[in-house]
Design a protein around this ligand. Structure first.
Ligand code: UDP
Length: 334
C-alpha cells in the first residue's frame, strides 16, 4: 500500500476533477480542492474535503495551500474545454489553459512539490493519420484547445528536465458517464458532448439530437469515438500518481481510452436501448474540425501502470450518465 498522499486537485468541483476527488478518497489519499467555481459546483465536493475558492493563477494563494496542506502532488484539471469556443476566442484558451498553467507550474516548483498529473487530450493529435493512435504519433492539433494543452505538455517536459519534478500527462479520449454510486456526474451547463446531450434529450430536456455528419469514412457514416467511463479515467489518475511517487525519475505521456469506438448512431442506439424510447435524430452537416474516427491505442498505460478498465461497456456508461442527469436538477437546487 502506498503512503497516504496529500493531493491538490485543481478544478476539483468540475466534471472529471470531482471524480478524481472520489477516486483519491476511495484509495485512501487526501484530496484538497481549489476551484474558481466558474464552471464547477461547490456542492459536488464531498463533506470533509478541504476546499479553496480561488484561481490557479493566484500564486500567493497557491503557495499558501501547498505549504498549509503539506501537498505531495498536484492533479491539474482546471481549464477551458469547449473546442468551438477556442476557435472563436483563442486567447481565452491560451490564458486559461497555457498561461495560468505556467503560473501554476512555477508555484509548484517553488513550493517543492515534485509530482503533477495533467489533463491532456486526444485533441493534441489533431486528425490522426491512422487509428488507433499511439502516443508517439505526430501531435498536430487543429484547434486552439488542443494547442493550448500541447503547449502545457511541452512546459512540463522542460520543467521535468530542469527540476526535481516528474509528471504524467494523460491524453483523454471521449470522457462520459458518471460515478456508479451517484456521488458525481457531468453537471456542466450548456454541455456540447454527445452522451450528455443524448441523455438530456432522453429526459425531455431537449427535443432532438443533431447528428453532425453522415458521410464520414466509417461503417455507418457517422463519427466514431472512443468513449471512456469517467470513473475508469479517475482511477488512472490515482495509479499515475502512485507511479510518479514510486519512480520520481520517470515522467509519462499516455493515452486514456478503451482502444475501441462507437459511432454517433451506435451511441444513440445505446441510449434508446437503455431508456426503451426512441430519440429524435436530426441529420445535419459535419461540425468543423471533427475527425472521422478517434480511437486510442491504450497499450502503453496498460503496460506501464497495469491500468484495467472496469466500466468498458457503453450501456453502463449511458445508464450512469442517465442516473446522474435524473438527479441533477434536484442537486442543483441544493
Ligand atoms: N456529435 C453529434 N451531435 C452532437 C454532439 C456531438 O453528432 O450533438 C458527434 C460529433 O460530431 C463527434 C461525436 O459526436 O463525432 C463526439 O462529439 P463530442 O462533442 O461528444 O466530443 P469530441 O469528440 O468533439 O471531443
Amino acid at each position: 500500500m502506498t503512503e497516504k498522499l496529500n493531493v491538490l486537485v485543481t478544478g476539483g468541483a468540475g466534471y472529471i476533477g470531482s471524480h478524481a476527488v472520489l477516486a483519491l478518497l476511495d484509495s485512501g489519499h487526501r484530496p484538497v480542492v481549489i476551484d474558481n467555481l466558474v464552471t464547477g459546483f461547490r456542492w459536488v465536493i464531498p463533506d470533509g474535503v478541504a476546499f479553496y475558492e480561488g484561481d490557479i493563477e493566484d500564486q500567493a494563494l497557491f503557495a499558501k495551500i501547498l505549504a498549509d496542506e503539506a501537498i505531495d502532488a498536484v492533479m491539474h484539471f482546471a481549464g477551458s474545454i469547449v473546442v468551438p469556443e477556442s476557435v472563436e476566442n483563442p486567447l481565452k484558451y491560451y490564458h486559461n489553459n497555457t498561461a495560468k498553467t505556467r503560473a501554476l507550474i512555477e508555484a509548484v516548483v517553488a513550493g517543492g512539490v515534485r509530482h503533477m498529473i495533467f489533463s491532456s487530450t486526444a485533441a493534441t493529435y489533431g486528425i490522426p493519420q491512422s487509428s488507433p493512435v499511439r502516443e508517439d504519433m505526430p501531435t498536430l492539433p487543429i484547434n486552439p484547445y488542443g494547442t493550448s494543452k500541447l503547449m502545457t505538455e511541452f512546459m512540463l517536459r522542460d520543467v521535468a528536465a530542469a527540476h526535481d519534478f516528474n509528471y504524467c500527462a494523460l491524453r483523454y479520449f471521449n470522457v462520459a458517464g458518471a460515478d456508479p454510486e451517484g456521488r458525481s456526474g457531468q453537471s456542466t451547463v450548456g454541455a456540447t458532448h454527445l452522451i450528455k446531450i443524448g441523455v438530456e434529450a432522453a429526459l425531455g430536456k431537449r427535443e432532438s439530437v443533431s447528428v453532425f455528419g453522415t458521410d464520414y469514412a466509417t461503417e455507418d457514416g457517422t463519427g466514431v469515438r472512443d468513449y471512456i467511463h469517467v470513473s475508469d479515467l479517475a482511477a488512472a489518475h490515482v495509479i499515475a500518481l502512485e507511479a510518479l511517487v514510486a519512480d520520481p525519475e520517470t515522467s509519462h505521456t499516455l493515452n486514456c481510452g478503451y482502444g475501441h469506438g462507437y459511432s454517433v448512431m451506435q451511441v444513440l442506439d445505446a441510449i434508446d436501448r437503455v431508456t426503451n424510447k426512441k430519440l429524435v435524430r436530426k441529420m445535419e452537416g459535419r461540425r468543423a474540425g471533427d475527425p472521422d474516427s478517434l480511437i486510442s491505442d491504450n497499450s502503453a498505460i496498460k503496460a506501464r501502470f497495469g491500468w484495467q478498465p472496469r466500466y468498458d461497456d457503453l450501456d453502463k456508461i449511458v445508464r450512469h450518465a442517465l442516473a446522474w442527469e435524473r438527479q441533477l436538477d434536484e442537486r442543483r437546487g441544493s
